[in-house]
Design a protein around this ligand. Structure first.
Ligand SMILES: COc1cccc(CC(=N)NC(=O)c2cccnc2OC2CCNCC2)c1
Length: 389
């Protein structure tokens, strides 16, 4: 399939696959500030650029509504991601964020927000190379403006604004195959509320299974099994950072989190992110950690239910508690918090618990990409330690 736009970009090209003469690292050298286009790219005449101030309740609402009505749907168009306003405020304003990377497109006449793309800064390690990157996310064009070729110009504009901050690499995911994935992940789902999931068409009743048998199959204890399992608190940031940095060092691509990053990305935040740790009752050492983020989906066209409450596995570390037991405790607390389903990718060591904890495979794949950075051989999902929102 021809990728008119991506064949012009500094990304691994399909024709390069297997070419061992190419070395790992940046594909193009940094562009000197003087050579970076100083003014925004041209939009079709009836549209204009806008920078979305995520500190403004009104603008946050505009971005929220655009995504709620026009963002990613599942393959059967039964569900659409419904990121909350609080989640977007959190995801888009990490330490050191650039307001100019929250880019919108408005219709000149109505001033309506019709498209959005975002970047946030992140330090990402690829093998032994820690690189300042932009994590690109939430690319969304209003359904009525599709195939006007707006996406390529929005990608070029966010790239230009990232370059202006002297950053020349990026990371992003997509459900579609583009040149060229660094890895391709399978997603898995663990039912927590099987009756609702079957009612809304997310899951189907298994062959030779009754509804009551299915409810019993996914039943979980009322409380976690691990002694010392508790919510993470601010005072835990140093020990969680140590635990996480050590754990992530085993993966080929992973975030290079410091305490400031951990405080932002992993401290519990109501309806946004939940995180727990195991503090040994004897030694008070923090030995394990698990976390998941809250990403509801709108249920399209169901009379009874409007929202699917989904938890997405985030970062998990086990050094004393078996990962299987730690993740079962994560399922238990997710069920306690009324999540309908717990989702996970087959990244890091997740494959070791998915089947045993009764996750079922999803019907799609999530591809990971790096911009202007070559990793010669594609990774296995188990070699990837990066979870994007
Ligand atoms: C259940 O509602 C859905 C609404 C829209 C799309 C999908 C399927 C899908 N595309 N799922 C994922 O991409 C996915 C499945 C498991 C874990 N993380 C995921 O995506 C994350 C990370 C990438 N950005 C979206 C959220 C499901």
């Amino acid at each position: 399939k021809r990728h008119k736009f991506w064949e012009t970009q500094p990304v691994g090209q399909f024709k390069d696959i297997g070419d061992s003469s190419l070395s790992d690292g940046p594909i193009e050298p940094p562009t000197p500030l003087s050579e970076i286009k100083q003014e925004p790219y041209n939009l079709p005449s009836s549209y204009e650029w806008t920078t979305c101030d995520m500190d403004s309740e009104e603008t946050c609402m505009e971005v929220y509504n655009l995504l709620k009505n026009n963002y990613v749907e599942d393959d059967e168009n039964l569900f659409r991601f419904n990121y909350s306003k609080e989640f977007l405020g959190w995801a888009l304003r990490p330490p050191g964020y650039y307001p100019s990377w929250h880019i919108g497109v408005r219709a000149k006449a109505s001033k309506k927000l019709v498209a959005f793309i975002s970047g946030v800064p992140a330090r990402i390690r690829a093998r032994n190379d820690v690189v300042k990157m932009a994590e690109i996310n939430f690319l969304c064009v209003h359904k009525k403006l599709r195939s006007k070729r707006l996406a390529p110009v929005m990608i070029k504009e966010v790239t230009r604004r990232v370059h202006l901050e002297n950053i020349f690499q990026a990371a992003y995911t997509a459900g579609v195959v583009l040149p060229t994935p660094i890895t391709t992940c399978q997603y898995w789902h663990r039912s927590l509320n099987p009756k609702k999931l079957i009612d809304v068409g997310f899951s189907r009743l298994g062959a030779r299974m009754t509804m009551s048998r299915t409810i019993k199959l996914y039943k979980l204890p009322d409380s976690p099994a691990t002694p010392g399992f508790r919510k993470m608190e601010l005072r835990d940031v140093p020990s969680v950072t140590r635990l996480l940095r050590n754990y992530l060092s085993q993966f080929i691509v992973a975030p290079d989190f410091d305490e400031t990053d951990v405080e932002h990305w992993l401290l519990p935040k109501e309806s946004v992110v939940d995180s727990f740790l195991v503090e040994s009752p004897e030694t008070h050492e923090v030995t394990d950690f698990c976390s998941f983020y809250t990403l509801p989906s709108s249920i399209l066209g169901n009379q009874t239910y409007s929202t699917l409450k989904a938890a997405y596995s985030y970062y998990n570390v086990s050094t004393k508690t078996p990962l299987l037991q730690l993740m079962n405790d994560a399922l238990i607390v997710a069920k306690q918090r009324d999540f309908d389903v717990f989702n996970a990718l087959d990244v890091m060591e997740n494959e070791s618990f998915l089947k045993e904890l009764k996750f079922g495979p999803g019907d799609g794949q999530l591809h990971y990409y790096l911009y202007n950075y070559r990793i010669r051989d594609a990774l296995k999902p188990s070699e990837l330690g990066l979870v994007l929102l």
